[in-house]
Design a protein around this ligand. Sequence first.
Ligand SMILES: [Ca+2]
Length: 437
Amino acid sequence: MFIFTLILALVCMAPVLYAGQKVALDLVADGLTSPLSYTALADGRALIVDQPGFLRLLEKPGQLRESPVLSLVHRLSPLNHGGFDERGMLCLALHPDFKKNRRLFVAYTAPRRESAPTNWDCTLRVSEFLLPANEPLTIDPASEIVRIEVDKPYANHNGGRIAFGPDGYLYVGVGDGGNGNDDGKRPESGNGQNLRTLLGKILRIDVSPRTGHGIPKSNPFANGVNALPEIWAYGIRNPWGLSFDRGGAHALYSTDVGQTLWEEVNRIERGANYGWRLREGAIGFNPKMPGTPLAQTPSVGPSGEPLVGPIAVYKNRNGFKKDPEAYGISVTGGYIYRGKAFPGWVGDYVYGDWGRVWGVPGGTLLLARHSVNPKVQWPVEAIEVVAPAKLAAYVIGFGQDNEGEIYVMTNGNIGLTPGKGRVWKLVPSVIAQASTQ
Ligand SMILES: [Ca+2]
């Protein structure tokens, strides 16, 4: 396997094209397994979701509290610790009134529900917990209130990124159910375009009821006629990234992991169809021949509605092996930059790609430069990491602090190996070099 991987690496390693942006990475947390989300508290501490089922408290840079704030190890679906796995504890979001009500929300994969077909894999679950204010911060798992559950046919493409909007509603990204090409284990495969399933969608729910969830009246299919009322947007493959812009128009941005040829960033609008699996990126997709785009790009969905294209795309290395602008094989979503450390990035989308070659830890940081003209796609460029000398890890998530500065989460191993997970803060390369002298 190692030899095979090595050969793959040598064959595929065309140099990445760097347009000039450089960063240094300050290590702020070490000793994790697979950190997937970073959420700042008002006092400057941060809550980090570690995929095997732990919510950890970062007291300050370099100081991770040993005992977890919350353990969901015994509520997760079984995980494949030795190999690659997209299941586990996935994301955290604080209620908009968290400072007063201490309510927080966690997305994770739970065991398959009794009501799901026996050959399905697991359940994507979003639950609420209460974080009492007294120290040491600890969550009683018994405070769990299940808000929404989505049955999953396969182990991959869970989505599971969640975020509260400025409207106070909770947005939940749900993948197409997995395997590949949106085959979905359903007679009518193609979950992304099927409004009768929550798979392959961005959902919007009201978490003010005592249990479960309510449907905001302004949801596009709120009446539930011919579509499930939780749906906010559709035509999605695997939304591994979901964040609201903390400035500007507070728009919602999501990345969608591609199948073979294109990785994409979407600005998510009410009721819009983002194309999967009629399209991948901005081209027509043929599920029977994923490497060969359709001769004609579809422009409308099943009801004649227009398909909404991504705001930014880049090539997937599986389909464009020697292209220096094929930055990797799976997009990892981040944030619109509103911080101070990188004045030239304000309004741009900072994100990354998981890795350039399957099995070789080596992700890439990316910047999509905002385009003022809505008809012009945002140009994408790779950000060069100058310290450490190389990013020898998979890029698995991004976070943001109270000042709008960006954090990247990495896993040095393809599997869930304790000690391989790290959290880094993006800092200007000149400052990092000066501070080490
Ligand atoms: Ca799309």
